[in-house]
Design a protein around this ligand. Sequence first.
Ligand code: ARG
Length: 426
Amino acid sequence: MSPPDANPEFPPRTASYEADPAEVSRVLLLYSGGLDTSVMLKWIQDVYDAEVVCLTVNLGQPGEDYEVIREKALRLGALDCHVVDAREEFAREYLARAIRANALYGGGYPLFTALGRPLIAKLAVEHARASGCDTIAHGCTGKGNDQVRIEATVSTLAPELRVIAPVRSWQMGREEEIAYARTHGIPIKASHGAEAGPPYSIDDNLWGRSSEGRWIEDLSHAPDEDVFQLVTPPERAPDEPETIEIEFERGIPVALDGRRLELVELLEAVAELGARHGVGIVDHIEDRIVGLKVRDIYEVPAAAILLPAHQELEHLVCTIHQNQFKPQLDRQWAYLVYAGLWWEPLRTDLDAYMDAVNAHVTGTIAVKLYKGHARVVTRSSPHAVYDSELASFSQSGGLFSQTASPGFIELFSLQSRMAWRLRQGS
Ligand code: ARG
């Protein structure tokens, strides 16, 4: 039971980094231009009697007009709206590491949102400090992973800053938000009107796109085609396959079909090819860090090509022992990043290992794209631990002696044979 004078808009604070409403005077708002953060921009000015500076981060999400977003923020009373193009930093510092770590969470999610949040929150800290803000506000709900990623980052990098998460506390549903927007002169897209019904909840960047909500929450509902805005449904992909060649240096893709490209351009070009051929649709049941199990529909054309290509090259240049070991670290890396612990020292420790292994991951992989499939068809590397002469059945000699094999088998199977015998006897 809350005390009778409790203000529902300011529920009791649980964490030390949550803002005391009396001390909020200038807020850095992570602003997307959508309904939630537009309502928030007005609401913070009204309810906290505070100034708001907006920050919008470009991580390569398609179809955004940043000038329109900026003007909307200013019209809604923001002191300023900074638009930062962080694509290059995102690719170099976050996605390149994810590729080296073959990063997939839960067997299918390449972590594009989870990789983007620590960068967005780091930029929020930098801009909050530079513009004299005492508090950072974000539009995450209390049910998702993104609040964990953003608040863990802010409280790690900037213990002096405070956080507010209005969607967790303001007790407005969609209808109330739309009503609030109408009464406060906040423009609403036609597709966002109450009549249109709730839209999918979308998040996207260079590395992929996710959809949640609506029928996706009904596990017995197979995907409706309107959810796919990036990848062509495989049934409608071209009838002709296309083979592309990706060159890696030290675990990072550097060229596509013989053409050297900056990482951002390369990721965009691979995504476009994959999307055309229906590659990278993932219908995923996921264990969120806050306990919920949810379903996401992902469209990840670049990741669905580059991660298997990278992994294939890694397999080729690594020994059996490295190949047995690294996936365990890959899984740990993906879990840490999913869980919002980007700044945890174990992540940098793991990256040191990823870098050491990837020092030799140089070479070329060709991938054939066809109606939703991306299959590695050729590989080559100057560091391949592979000798076609040794591997060939017809050859003997050199480093490999076939007459040594029986001795190896006898010793290698010794303990297993002994154990088998003991268990038969019991
Ligand atoms: N399930 C994914 C994750 O936790 C995607 C989340 C998408 N975020 C969003 N705000 N719609 O990383």
